[in-house]
Write a protein that binds this ligand. Structure first.
Ligand code: GDP
Ligand code: MG
Length: 431
């Protein structure tokens, strides 16, 4: 019998909404049952907060399985590999006593490098757009992916071929300087500057770079459990999200086989992470957005400030239209509902149950252009008005909280298997 597929569990953890749903927190919890965790898309613009026995961390490029001993963490080929950011992140974790070595962190030799000018171009373009800006985190993600698809960046594995790498970078430098100087009127890069960058940062990440595809193939043959960690959420997916207010990669579970380095992957489980209310960082339509004092109260209660940028997140009512769409796009088999505890001090809780688009009521998530004309249909449900952060069994939750969970399940057509009632690893109700 072919060993491939025996007893193995391939699970993806993905965002259902705009991101910041608590994916890092869920990955950190669930990795207990996994051998390998793979980040398969996105880049250093991610901010995955993890609070566990080792402290409080905001992870950007590193997979959230990095805290569990025995777990192998892989940065897949689909990730925007920023050597500079990664070096800082690894060193920060090491300084807090977290072990990050080539034994527990492996970088795909097929990952493309985010080069120093990508960050500059991100900033130059956002400045050019001024008040029409996308709200980029300015980590160079959009310029990076554009260049990747234009075949104008380098693969991490090229670091093992210094001469070829140098001449490849020389070619890219000549091309990129045309854009920097003639489009944006910015300073050109020099090879000297680029060599400095390569020596400093590429040298640091070199020991972690290897053939991660082989590791994954072997793990698959041995029936190991592999977890696939996504960044952002369904509404930011390049193809299925609110274009152009998306990110520049695919945040969906469907991209895991491509971006991880395991093209034959069949996911056995997809856990979609949903926040008990909505938040959105950056620009773009946000139908259930709240404003004024009510919004400020919710933002404070949920500490809704970006893990990467510190920016105040826009907040709103739980959006069942967007959430149902997110569940469909992610093909989620289970949901994890996070931050239910944050709603504990509300007498009544707003829920966006449908939209009105051009005078018509709909529960189907509209085409991006139509979203600008959508207004929310809000219903209010009763709050529970008591602290639930110490509850660990679903039956012990107040009836109104249980009803809130059941209402979501019913509306989006997917079971909620986890209810998170705090940021700490064990603040979880498993149903
Ligand atoms: P990610 O990008 O999806 O990993 O999510 P972020 O880390 O950006 O944002 C989630 C925030 O909520 C973090 O600050 C977490 O520590 C926090 N968090 C996660 N789950 C819960 C929860 O159930 N309750 C509370 N109060 N905070 C939570
Ligand atoms: Mg985040």
């Amino acid at each position: 019998m072919c060993a491939r597929g025996k007893n193995m569990n391939n699970c993806a953890i993905v965002g259902i909404n705009w991101g910041d749903e608590g994916k890092g927190r869920m990955v950190d919890l669930i990795t207990e049952n996994y051998d390998i965790v793979v980040r398969y898309q996105g880049g250093g613009n991610a901010g995955h907060t993890v609070i566990n026995d080792k402290g409080k961390f905001a992870l950007h490029l590193l997979p959230s399985g990095i805290f569990r001993s025995g777990v192998i963490n892989i940065i897949g080929n689909g990730v925007a590999l920023d050597p500079e950011n990664l070096q800082h992140e690894i060193q920060e974790l090491q300084s807090k006593g977290v072990m990050v070595t080539p034994d527990n962190l492996k970088i795909s030799s097929r990952a493309s490098l985010l080069l120093p000018w990508h960050r500059d171009l991100d900033e130059l373009e956002e400045n050019r757009l001024a008040d029409r800006k996308y709200g980029s985190t300015k980590q160079g993600i959009a310029p990076f992916y554009s260049d990747k698809y234009q075949k104008k960046t380098v693969l991490a594995g090229e670091i093992f071929h210094p001469e070829e790498l140098r001449s490849h970078l020389e070619e890219l430098l000549e091309w990129k300087n045309l854009t920097l100087t003639r489009v944006y009127g910015a300073e050109p890069y020099t090879m000297e500057k680029l060599n400095e960058w390569t020596d400093l940062y590429c040298g640091f990440i070199k020991p972690f770079i290897c053939d991660t595809e082989e590791i994954l193939e072997t793990a698959q043959e041995e029936g190991k459990n592999i977890l696939f960690e996504a960044q952002l959420g369904a509404l930011r997916d390049l193809d299925y999200g609110i274009y152009p207010y998306t990110t520049s990669s695919n945040t969906t579970a469907a991209y895991a086989p491509i971006g991880s380095g395991l093209p034959s992957l069949k996911l056995s489980e997809i856990i979609g992470v949903v926040k008990a209310y909505s938040t959105c960082v950056g620009e773009g339509p946000f139908v259930s957005e709240m404003s004024g004092e009510e919004a400020d109260k919710l933002r404070e209660a949920g500490s809704e400030y970006g893990a990467k940028t510190g920016r105040a997140r826009r907040v709103g009512a739980l959006d069942l239209v967007a959430t149902k769409y997110g569940v469909k796009v992610q093909n989620a088999t289970k949901l994890a509902l996070t931050k239910l505890d944050v709603l504990s001090n509300l007498d009544r809780i707003p829920v966006c149950v449908s939209y009105t688009v051009n005078g018509r009521k709909t529960d189907r998530f509209p085409f991006p252009t139509d979203l600008a004309d959508a207004s929310p249909v809000i219903e209010w449900v009763k709050g529970w008005n008591c602290d639930i952060s110490n509850i660990r069994h679903f039956e012990d939750l107040p009836k109104q909280a249980r009803d809130y969970v059941k209402m979501i399940e019913e509306a989006v057509g997917c079971p909620i298997a986890y209810v998170s009632v705090g940021a700490e690893r064990d603040s979880i109700i498993i149903r």
